[in-house]
Design a protein around this ligand. Structure first.
Ligand code: MN
Length: 132
């Protein structure tokens, strides 16, 4: 685990914006523009969390989330889906695939990093309760 965040996103503008906002708040950011590269980098760098786009070429975010969850060494790494899919069913589906949270596009620069930090603190708190 580390304080770096891995972003898996194929849209350059979204990637740029998320990277910029997170780096400004002191996170170090690792980029991957497709699912396969994202899984490889997750295994190599063991990021503190993974931000996962759903609409990706070849391998979509659902498949990426499921494959990430198959690796025991990544079981403690929260996956936050970042997607423009707003349907309730899609939200349930990505949570069922292994995501712990969900942020909707378009990214709001005023609240994005706060939302990420809130997910991370909730995740860490529930992990600690698990050990109690
Ligand atoms: Mn996309």
């Amino acid at each position: 685990m580390s304080d770096s965040l891995l972003i898996i996103e194929d849209n350059e503008q979204n990637m740029y914006l998320m990277h910029f906002l997170l780096e400004k708040k002191g996170f170090s950011v690792i980029e991957a523009d497709n699912g396969r590269e994202g899984i490889e980098k997750a295994l190599r760098f063991k990021p503190g969390a993974i931000l996962l786009d759903i609409q990706l070429p070849e391998m979509d975010g659902y498949a990426v989330a499921r494959e990430l969850k198959e690796h025991p060494e990544l079981s403690g790494v929260p996956i936050i889906a970042v997607t423009s899919y707003a349907m309730v069913g899609d939200r349930e589906r990505i949570l069922a695939a292994g995501a712990t949270g969900y942020i909707e596009k378009p990214i709001n620069p005023d609240t994005f990093v706060e939302e990420i930090i809130r997910y991370l603190s909730t995740h860490n708190r529930s992990n600690q309760e698990g050990y109690a």
